[in-house]
Design a protein around this ligand. Structure first.
Ligand code: FPP
Length: 245
């Protein structure tokens, strides 16, 4: 009997290529983002069918605020529309929605709808969908460091208690499995200030496919490549083989 296929428990994705997808069609970049939202559904359905526990999507980086005002405005409109029209369906599918990032930068109506979406879906267990919005990996680490520094200053913990485990508990995504598989579409091979701490042992997978063109075949290839990789976490191959017995 062949061993069960190794599946990623947590998949983290940089959804890149929306702008180029639209530009190749001589259409505004905002159309690429709308097409990108359709690809999110494809990806979510695939992960639900695979039994993935967590899916983390980089929807808007800390740096994306510096894009032309027109594009930022179109993205805000899209986020608002998705929050208005998609949350009930996600809730019905038992998707738990979480937002990670500095949400104070968003307009008040978006912040309110983010909080409502989280509350409405808090008890769902089919999959956790983490949406990184106004997120940066460095922001996440600095925020955790500041929280721990405040705990030390207030006498709640001693500096010697700060270790990797406690630090990890202060970061976004605390309590979820660490990402097993990182996917970036759009051809660039960078992490771009995504989950800097959390990706320490994650398998990285890159594709030229532009995000709006994402399909099941591309995701299948990523999952199959992941299943074929040997994850050593700093050990030797022999040690990994012994541990698996
Ligand atoms: C990167 O492509 C994509 C974004 C900055 C926005 C991502 C947003 C969505 C896919 C829609 C909504 C999704 C959720 C989960 C709410 P790019 O514009 O940098 O593409 P380019 O590199 O071709 O210019």
């Amino acid at each position: 009997m062949s061993p069960p296929a190794r599946k990623p428990r947590h998949v983290a994705i940089i959804m890149d290529g929306n702008g180029r997808w639209a530009e190749r069609r001589h259409r505004p970049r905002s159309l690429g983002h709308r097409a990108g939202a359709r690809a999110v559904r494809v990806c979510l359905e695939f992960c639900l069918a695979e039994g993935t526990e967590s899916l983390t999507l980089f929807a808007f980086s800390s740096e994306n605020w510096n894009r032309p005002a027109e594009e930022v405005g179109a993205l805000m409109k899209l986020f608002l529309r998705l929050l208005d029209h998609e949350v009930d369906e996600l809730d019905r599918r038992k998707v738990r929605i979480r937002f990670i990032g500095e949400r104070s930068g968003f307009p008040a109506d978006i912040q309110g709808k983010m909080a409502r979406a989280e509350a409405q879906t808090a008890n769902n267990r089919a999959i956790t969908l983490n949406i990184a919005a106004s997120y940066g990996g460095r922001w996440d680490i600095v925020r955790a460091a500041r929280a721990l520094a405040e705990d030390v200053a207030a006498g709640r913990i001693a500096p010697t208690q700060i270790d990797e485990a406690l630090f990890g508990q202060s970061l976004s995504l605390a309590g979820q499995a660490e990402p097993d598989l990182f996917i970036r579409t759009g051809g660039d091979t960078r992490i771009s200030n995504f989950l800097l701490w959390q990706l320490a042992y994650t398998e990285l997978w890159f594709t030229e496919t532009l995000w709006p063109d994402l399909d099941d075949a591309t995701l299948r290839q990523a999952f199959d490549d992941f299943a074929a990789r040997e994850r050593r976490f700093g050990l030797t191959s022999a040690q990994v083989a012994t541990e698996a017995e």
